[in-house]
Design a binder for this molecule. Sequence first.
Ligand SMILES: *Cc1c(COP(=O)(O)O)cnc(C)c1O
Length: 384
Amino acid sequence: MTDGARTPGLTDSAAASDGTGPRPLPVRADLADRAGYGAPQLEVAVRLNTNENPYPPPASLVADIAAAVSAVAAGLNRYPDREAWQLRESLARYLGHGLTAAHTWPANGSNEVIQQLLQVFGGPGRSALGFEPSYSMHPVIARTTATRWISAQRTADFRVDPVAAVRAVTSQRPDIVFLTSPNNPTGTALPLAVVEAVCAVAPGMVIVDEAYAEFTRDRSATALTLLPRFPRLVVVRTMSKAFALAGARVGYLAADPDVVRAMLLVRLPYHLSALTQAVARVALAHSGELLSTVTAICAERDLLVDRVREIGLTAADSETNFVLFGTFADRHAVWQALLDRGVLVREAGPPGWLRVTVGTPAENFTFRSALDEVLGTLARKVRR
Ligand SMILES: *Cc1c(COP(=O)(O)O)cnc(C)c1O
């Protein structure tokens, strides 16, 4: 991780009793030199660095969550429904496409869903292939599950070329293929034909990470439509972005019921708390209201892309709630200068690029003003 802090405490807390100084902890050799995930959580006025929805849950939802949590609290001496059936029914209803509860599986964020998938379908002696630049947690979760990571490349404009993708999959024969659409950190959505082409030749599982599905221009072009044809296809979604529920930790997958049954081999018993299940169900009952923020965010995103291009920078086409922009000779200097003006963005993507999450109109205005100022001040130093 480029923006992670060194993992603390690996060497400094285990002083040997014979006075020979600190001894390193016996951390797994393949993890010992790594840093943990570390997007900075700084107390800054305008935080546009982790692709959260800037709109807090509306008061009506907060009230319904409070009531649901209160009802569940009276039964917290018991373990939750291990299969989360009611939540899975709500998720299936939300997704549509003829899916049922048996096709869905929730966990504590889609990262946990992905971890469970790699525990079942990856592991020692197996491999996972992704098209980069893409979501940095995919190779991290591959590593922690001892799955070999194979990096394939996107095109210069961040697309996945179907011919190159088929060639990569047929020559490398990975046990798992990741396709992120729309992609983080570039914002690029993949045509369904690319997903189909990969599914047709993949020897193992294909995971389509659709964390930003609700922000796409054509919401009917989801890999959910391909599930009946490809029993080894898995679509992963999250409530952290469009649903404005990042703090509740709810992600889920949709796949053939056999894939869901395989999840039971690795999930920890009662992995999803009764509180989480209740909160997620209430949020899904409010989906109309919650998703109305998506329309506003998408409009702001398109304005932001136009604005960035107007001032002579490059912005990648985005079908998400963030914009990748640049390029800068010294992106860290720009990141720091924005932070000095109270705006936190992310150093993400290939060298020279920065990623900004779409905020409220007021936050986006502050970002644009700060960017103008920074470019004015640092002009020659930072522009490429
Ligand atoms: C944000 C994001 C996730 C979501 O992670 P959660 O664990 O559900 O919060 C998953 N995949 C991608 C590509 C993301 O950008």
